[in-house]
Structure formats: C-alpha cells, structure tokens
Design a protein around this ligand. Structure first.
Ligand code: 3SL
Length: 237
C-alpha cells in the first residue's frame, strides 16, 4: 500500500484516482456524519452547493429527509440541522436521509466521489478506519483533508497522520509530515483541536463540547462508506 496525504481537496490530483479515498473533516463534518449514521440515519448525501441541496430536498416526500447545512461554523437559516454532532440524535435521524452541505467537508467528498471506494474518517472512528484499510488490499490510498476554504487545517492533517501512523505503510512527504504532527499531539487530541484555527473559531461560537466529542478517539465503530456517488451509508466490519 502507498499512502498519499493531501491537506486540502484543491491539492488532490485531477488526472488519476486511488483505489480508496478517505475524506477527513474532524471539525466537524466527518465527525457528524459518523455520528448520524451510528445513530440510525439511512444515509447522507453530500452537496457542495446549497441551491442544489434545496432542489433535491423538494423532490422528497414530507418527513423523509432532513436538510443539514453549515456556513462559517453556523447553521443555515431554514435548514432543520446544523453541523454539531449533538444534533444528530437517534430521535431526530433514525431512518432519515440527510442532505448535507458544509463549508469544506462536503466539497472534499465531491472532489473524490468518482473513486471506487470512498470512506470518511475522524478521530472518533479511527479504529474502524484502520481495521478496514488493513483488511483490504489497496495499492493506493488517498487521505484527503478538507482544510478551511482552500488552506491547510491542523486537525485534518493530524487525523490523516493518525490513520497513516496506525497503518505504518510508506507514503508521500505529506504523509511523513502528518505522522510527525500526530506523533506530537497523540496524547492530547483536545489540545490539538483547541490549537487549530477552526477549533478556535468554534470555541468562539461556544462549541467546546463539540471539540471534546470530536477528540474522543475511537468512540464509534461505524464506517461511513459511499455506496452511490455522493451518498454515504453506515457500514460495520
Ligand atoms: O467546513 C466544514 O465542512 C464544517 O465541518 C465546518 S464546521 O465545523 O461545521 O463549522
């Protein structure tokens, strides 16, 4: 296996695809996606564009889907759900399809959606991601951070480093750097999230509990996996 870490979706090659793409948005899209699927959501369709999401929602029977949106860390007016994992309780999401658009995470998903195998990772489902990648025999794996509006983000590259660290396979220079970053913070993931600029943005919005939740490594064993372009369902090993 060869691992390629890309810090943002903008850095992903456009002329090739890996055997497996792992999309990472620790704060908070891929933490929230794992939580929603763990709590019984039927599936999650990712949209980069809010307009397209609204049009799709209009084609669903009443009460069968939930619109989930985030821009700049805040919910989207008129949408039932924001992007805090705590909103995605079994009572609200069981059996529902969630149509989701976030600032960066859903754009990262769209960037690799043509890959045969697409999964998502966060610290909260790190163990199942590691087990899945170990059991499959992929030649190339891309670990794609969502970043923030085209820039590197500490928490996504830290999580990419955690996945790569656990696999212990060779990778590109970014993989080596990501492993070093994880090595520095692995005993204090909450500290990593608090240090990150988006972590600080969320702290400014009163989301400390979200950071604590997203730093709780391995609490969920759900593996979000794309089963149709742009549509993720919960799988278990
Ligand atoms: O950028 C994103 O996709 C979001 O996850 C950002 S937030 O944590 O919901 O603010």
């Amino acid at each position: 296996m060869k691992i390629f870490v890309y810090h943002t979706p903008e850095l992903v090659p456009t002329q090739s695809l890996p055997d497996c793409a792992v999309v990472i948005d620790v704060l908070r899209a891929t933490s929230t996606i794992a939580t929603a699927l763990h709590n019984g959501a039927a599936g999650i369709r990712a949209f980069a564009d809010l307009e397209e999401l609204q049009q799709t929602a209009a084609s669903f029977a009443l009460g069968t889907c939930l619109k989930a949106g985030e821009r700049g860390g805040k919910g989207v007016p008129g949408f039932e759900m924001g992007n805090s994992p705590f909103e995605y309780t079994p009572e609200r999401v069981t059996g529902k399809r969630i149509l989701m658009s976030t600032t960066n995470g859903t754009r990262a998903l769209q960037a690799v959606q043509k890959t045969t195998v697409v999964i998502t990772a966060a610290f909260i489902n790190l163990g199942v991601v590691r087990n899945f990648l170990k059991q499959e025999e992929f030649q190339t794996v891309w670990l794609v951070g969502s970043g923030w509006e085209g820039s590197y983000s500490l928490e996504d590259t830290g999580c990419a480093g955690a996945v790569a660290w656990e696999l212990g396979e060779p990778g590109n220079d970014e993989t080596v750097a990501a492993c070093a970053l994880y090595g520095q913070w692995q005993g204090d993931l909450l500290g990593l999230l608090k240090q990150a600029s988006h972590g600080q943005r969320l702290l400014g919005l009163g989301c400390l509990e979200d950071l604590k939740y997203c730093a709780d490594a391995g609490r969920l064993n759900v593996l979000p996996r794309q089963n149709d372009e742009g549509y993720l369902v919960g799988t278990y090993l």
